[in-house]
Design a protein around this ligand. Structure first.
Ligand code: NAD
Length: 301
């Protein structure tokens, strides 16, 4: 199947590469020429704009970093909406349900189906094809592109209502954001009291405190202080803000989410949007006057 792919960044590039390896013909576009060149070297065809992609493929996938980028790529001048061949736009980005519904409405006027398809599982999951893929939109279109999406991960059909895949993704990322800062506070508390953080992480991962931050992020990127997990603080804060907006639009006031939101606003202010989101521990360390990690100490066998 000819597939269009727009947005070849940390997530988009490995997803697009897997689709080529699975035998699909890919038409690709990104603002960055070097990202396009890397995929052309693997067998993809370059396109000069989102419209150009949508002139050549019935199904166009996108993995973009902001709500504005998804809106522009899908519905702006030279956007997917102007393409001659496109039938469906599959947004793998996290944009929140309100933006997904807005894009859905604009594309529907041109008989283009929009499918929400946000993903979870990070760059590692994108490389291995093990992402959780949360799809909402018309069931028939979901069925039509199942073989394509199955290349990038495990598929979950959330419902036909536009935006519901996004709501699912925000619930997931709220928990991921919470795990990162809550684990940082727990480990900083222990280090302040003189505990070894490497031992703490081993104990937590053998106990009931285990979570995605203690299991994946601390061993890979926090304890070695490499802060290179592959998800930008700006993207995490985007998702936390979207989740708080979603809760408000449903008339909900959620106490944990608001505290988590305040913490992440501190992280983006102190560390910057481009920092890796595992840097969230640094303002917490600074406030406590300790540094976590850099130790090779292990638990007693
Ligand atoms: P990224 O910034 O690495 O990649 C985005 C790509 O889009 C870049 O290559 C950029 O050049 C391109 N781009 C931006 N605006 C464009 C435009 N108008 N036209 C064409 N190309 C454009 O971001 P990422 O980490 O790959 O994340 C992409 C999406 O996936 C985001 O919505 C993010 O929230 C979500 N996500 C990321 C992760 C992760 O671990 N990085 C995990 C799950 C979901």
């Amino acid at each position: 199947m000819d597939i269009g792919f727009i947005g070849l960044g940390k997530m988009g590039f490995p997803m697009a590469r897997r689709l080529i390896e699975a035998g699909h013909r890919l038409v690709v576009h990104d603002q960055r020429k070097e990202a396009i060149d890397k995929l052309v070297a693997l067998g993809a065809v370059a396109a000069s704009s989102p419209k150009d992609v949508a002139d050549r493929a019935e199904t166009v996938l996108a993995s973009l970093p902001s709500l504005q980028a998804s809106l522009e790529v899908a519905t702006g001048a030279d956007g997917v909406i102007e393409g001659a061949r496109v039938k469906r736009f599959v947004d793998l980005s996290t944009v929140g349900s309100q933006m997904a519904v807005r894009i859905h409405g604009l594309l529907a006027k041109r008989n283009i189906v929009q499918l929400d398809s946000p993903v979870s599982g990070g760059v590692g999951g994108a490389e291995k094809g093990t992402l959780a893929v949360m799809v909402s939109g018309p069931r028939a279109d979901f069925e039509a592109i199942k073989p394509v999406l199955a290349v990038i991960g495990k598929l979950f059909f959330i419902g036909e209502k536009p935006g519901s895949g996004q709501t699912m993704k925000l619930a997931n990322n709220f928990l991921s954001a919470t795990a990162m800062v809550a684990t940082s506070e727990a480990i900083v508390m222990g280090v302040k009291a003189g505990l070894d953080p490497a031992v703490m992480i081993e104990v937590i991962n053998a106990g009931s405190g285990m979570n995605t931050a203690s299991r994946d992020k601390f061993p890979r990127s926090v304890l070695p202080r490499s802060f290179d997990f592959g998800f930008a603080t700006g993207l995490m804060v985007k998702d936390v803000r979207l989740c708080l907006d979603e809760m408000k639009s449903l008339g909900l006031s959620m106490e944990v989410a608001e505290a988590v939101g305040r913490l992440w606003e501190t992280v983006i202010r102190d560390m910057g949007a481009e920092s890796d989101f595992t840097s969230a521990i640094k303002p917490i360390e600074q406030a406590a006057g300790v540094v976590v990690g850099g130790t090779t100490a292990r638990a007693a066998e």
